[in-house]
Write a protein that binds this ligand. Structure first.
Ligand code: 5GP
Length: 345
């Protein structure tokens, strides 16, 4: 047994230190980024935020809405090819990723999907635990089969595994274990890694071998998304922050005059019952189910998140999102905000 004594940080443990800046206004800040991916040898340009491939959030309606902002939606994996095909028009295809697991059925389905929809640009190979040998070999096989697709693979939280997945053919590695808003992995297994430190360490490892990372999970407010980019993330993936909108799946429910939408983890009992009819005997649920206050059209939320990040950039003197991490100094804090009149969110 070994103990690592270095302090590892979450978004809640730091704030940005403000710095002198020549920027006059938030309007001057450019949030768009251009990447050339290592293995796919493809370019992409847009705002590097991604709606999570959870079935309430990673929906076709969300993709149509977010593409207008040049933001990506990672679609959940339960759509049929027929349902997805009409979405891949010229103005939307760049901002859509399809998801797949690594079981034989998933691999076959992905084959059919990409044959039917050649416009698919991003493939997200998504497993809860990206540390298995099988996962790394599926990443390698997927790269061989689809040399020019942009491959996202995850989830992991440590640099050596980020490097391995990129060397095996991934372009972008998804980082985050146990940090999600409806995730109970840390409770059920005791496994996890504080998210900001995971992002800092994994982005350094990825950039060293020419890859990129997604900071996946744990962002609760716009400032957390800014901290993910400040810590070196190339992309930030959001689940809970985009839940509860018109574009999300799930019925609206009225409780005491307030409208709610259901939101749940993809390993929750709710999701397992919905897609597999049961929670398999050998496993436990690692996600929870919650009701989220209805928040209307997602465009308002996106505007507020982007406004927050632009403002961070003006405080730290970053002219663009690309400059954020080199303009970032984090200070460790013991309090995030003044909550005398209730929780800020
Ligand atoms: P959030 O933005 O809500 O904090 O986190 C979203 C992320 O949580 C997802 O992109 C995914 O990586 C993770 N996640 C989604 N469902 C589950 C689940 O049921 N269990 C666990 N452990 N993680 C989940």
């Amino acid at each position: 047994m070994r103990i690592e004594n270095d302090i590892k940080l979450d978004y809640k443990d730091v704030l940005f230190r403000p710095k002198r800046s020549t920027l006059h206004s938030r309007e001057e800040v450019d949030l768009s980024r251009k990447f050339t991916f290592k293995n796919a040898s493809k370019d992409w340009q847009g705002i590097p935020i991604i709606a999570s491939n959870m079935d309430t959030v990673g929906t076709i309606e969300m993709a149509k809405a977010l593409a207008q902002h040049k933001i990506i939606t990672c679609l959940h994996k339960f759509y049929t090819a027929e349902e997805l095909q009409p979405l891949f028009t010229d103005d939307i295809a760049d901002y859509v990723a399809v998801s797949s697991g690594i079981k034989n059925d998933d691999v076959e389905f992905l084959s059919k999907l990409t044959a039917k929809i050649p416009q698919i640009k991003f493939i997200c190979l998504d497993v809860a635990n990206g540390y298995t040998q099988r996962f790394a070999s599926v990443v390698a096989r997927t790269r061989d089969k689809y040399p020019d697709k942009i491959i996202i693979a995850g989830n992991v939280v440590t640099g050596e595994m980020v490097e391995e997945l990129i060397l095996r053919g991934a372009d972008i590695v998804k980082v985050g274990i146990g940090s999600g808003s409806v995730c109970t992995t840390r409770i059920q297994t005791g496994v996890g890694y504080p998210q900001l430190s995971a992002v800092i360490e994994c982005s350094d490892a990825a950039h060293g071998v020419g890859g990129q990372i997604i900071a996946d999970g744990g962002c609760v407010v716009a400032g957390d998304v800014a901290k993910a980019f400040g810590g070196g993330a190339d992309f930030a993936m959001l689940g809970g922050m985009l839940a509860g909108h018109e574009q999300c799946d799930g019925e609206l429910k009225e409780i005491d005059g307030q409208l709610y939408k259901i939101f749940y983890g993809m390993s929750s009992e709710t999701a397992m019952h919905k897609y597999y009819g049961e929670v398999a005997g050998y496993r436990s649920s690692e996600g929870k189910t919650v009701s989220v206050k209805f928040r209307g059209d997602v465009h308002h939320t996106i505007k507020s998140i982007l406004g927050g990040i632009r403002s961070t950039c003006t405080y730290i003197g970053a002219k663009s999102l690309k400059d954020m991490s080199k303009c970032t100094t984090f200070i460790r804090v013991s309090q995030q905000s003044n909550e005398v009149f209730g929780k800020n969110s």
